[in-house]
Design a protein around this ligand. Structure first.
Ligand code: 4AD
Ligand code: MG
Length: 459
């Protein structure tokens, strides 16, 4: 592939090589021509020189941008040219020509336009860089946890529970909605549904993950999650991937140490293994990205409690659309103020009021706040949400009763507090937000191959 030719140039110069790729541009004259092809492994394209000695010269001359070809020939050094080498083609095999209305032409297309052709945008430089880095980040995350003996657990996508208690679930049913059986009180009767009860796509693998942490000590999940949030923003998707580590015998401090070292590890890994892509983002997408990430990787994250954060934010209330007071949930504008203006680096906000957090979080001694943490980063806001879990059976039941949760649905979860309960903590990293943060891309729709957002489920 083209990356290999660039990486180990000296091994290939003067030798015959074979490369397949898609045509980016073409120049030709009566007796010879140039093809520039890209194969998705690297930014730098490869130039092919072909002449009328080839018996399919006519066919090659008729190629349109986007065509797929396999080329064989000697790799020749071109010290005078912009590219270090080119191929003198002895064979140009046309796998498939492209129609003349190919939508990707040489000019720069807007991200908005490219979203309408999500099946073709991976053939552009920006999206090739984004999706190579997305792949690398996923690998780095696995590597981080595997090196630390965390067991990768596959939690189910179809569940009967609402981990976050926000009611933002996509229902899963095989019932014919036009002819659903109703119970006497008018509610839908799920007795005849596939699972015999209401089910939904998971909003988080955490509850299942906790059960495995209580057996394997340290685990992580890495999979798709779904939220029917009616938030049409640049950082919300209906289908996104989440990484959820869970550690037994760990508290909130341990949780934050893990989160910080994971983010730093992943940043360093990408800076080291995708230098060309990162330089590209720094030049074309987000000037200052490299400097910022290098700074993040080498300095400590800030820490502030929710109560302190509210005191800071209240002083700037006139700048905000939503005014802040103790008890309110922090909006993106507040999160970004804290991490960008107040601290100028990633910050952990801890100990939120229990009313605005999920039922499973451990109650602090003040009885008002819970052992929660959100990690906020510049440009995005919340990238991680986590907590120490309530490990006391009676306190957890009390909290569930306060919130009106159905105890039977959580029998398995309560059992963990009955059979060898242990202090434990974990967090969820939004994978796409992490990709946005590291690439500098400003819209979650541009870091997901086929994004699902409000009113959008193309392809
Ligand atoms: O803060 P959240 O809701 O936390 C949980 O789901 C916990 N069960 C995690 C845990 O403790 N195991 O979500 C975690 C992260 C957020 O910080 C955010 O990065 C991301 O998931 N996230 C979304 N990303 C994209 N689109 C959405 N609609 C998202 N909702 C949450
Ligand atoms: Mg959250």
């Amino acid at each position: 592939n083209i990356k290999e030719l660039y990486r180990n140039e000296s091994e290939y110069i003067g030798k015959e090589v074979t490369v397949g790729g898609w045509l980016r541009s073409k120049r030709d004259s009566k007796t010879f021509g140039f093809l520039v092809i890209n194969d998705g492994t690297f930014f730098e394209p490869l130039q092919i020189v072909y002449g009328d000695a080839l018996d399919n010269f006519g066919e090659i001359s008729r190629l349109n941008v986007g065509a797929a070809v396999i080329v064989k020939g000697i790799l020749t050094a071109t010290p005078q040219a912009k590219q270090p080498f080119e191929i003198q083609a002895s064979v140009v095999c046309v796998e498939g020509n492209s129609a003349p209305d190919y939508p990707l032409q040489k000019k720069r297309h807007s991200f908005e336009y490219l979203r309408t052709i999500s099946h073709l945008r991976p053939r552009t430089n920006t999206f090739q860089a984004v999706f190579r880095v997305r792949s690398l980040i996923a690998y780095a995350i696995h590597k981080f946890f595997q090196e630390r003996d965390f067991v990768y657990v596959h939690t189910p996508l179809i569940t009967g529970s609402d981990c976050e208690g926000a009611g933002e679930m996509f229902q899963v049913t095989t019932l014919d909605l036009d002819h659903v059986p109703h119970a006497e009180d008018g509610s839908i009767d799920f007795k005849d549904d596939f699972f015999g009860k209401p089910t939904n796509l998971t909003v988080s693998g955490q509850l299942n993950g906790e059960t495995y942490a209580m057996a394997f000590k340290n685990i992580y999940t890495f999979g798709p999650t779904f939220r029917a949030e009616n938030s049409n923003t640049t950082r919300h998707a209906a289908e996104f991937w989440m990484i959820e580590p869970e550690m037994a015998f760990a508290d909130l401090q341990d949780d934050m140490i893990l989160a910080e070292s994971m983010l730093k590890y992943v940043i360093n890994y990408v800076l080291e293994h995708a230098p060309e892509e990162m330089a590209f983002f720094n030049q074309f997408v987000d000037k200052g990205l490299l400097e910022r990430l290098q700074h993040v990787a080498s300095s400590d994250f800030a820490h502030v409690t929710y109560t302190q954060a509210v005191e800071i934010l209240e002083k700037h209330n006139e700048e905000f659309e939503y005014k802040v007071s103790w008890g309110c949930d922090l909006q993106t504008e507040h999160e970004r103020f804290l991490t960008e203006k107040e601290f100028g680096r990633p910050v952990f906000v801890t100990d939120y009021p229990k009313e605005i957090k999920a039922f499973y979080m451990k109650l602090n001694d003040d009885q008002k706040t819970v052992a929660a943490m959100d990690c906020l980063v510049p440009g995005i806001g919340e990238i991680i949400g986590g907590s120490q879990r309530e490990d006391d059976y009676d306190k957890l039941v009390g909290r569930m009763e306060e919130l009106g949760l159905n105890k039977e649905d959580y029998d398995f979860y309560l059992d963990l507090r009955k059979y060898g309960s242990a202090r434990h903590a974990g967090f969820g990293l939004g994978f796409e937000r992490c990709v946005m943060y590291i690439t500098g891309m400003g819209n979650i729709r541009d870091v997901i191959p086929f994004p699902r957002t409000v009113n959008n489920c193309e392809l």
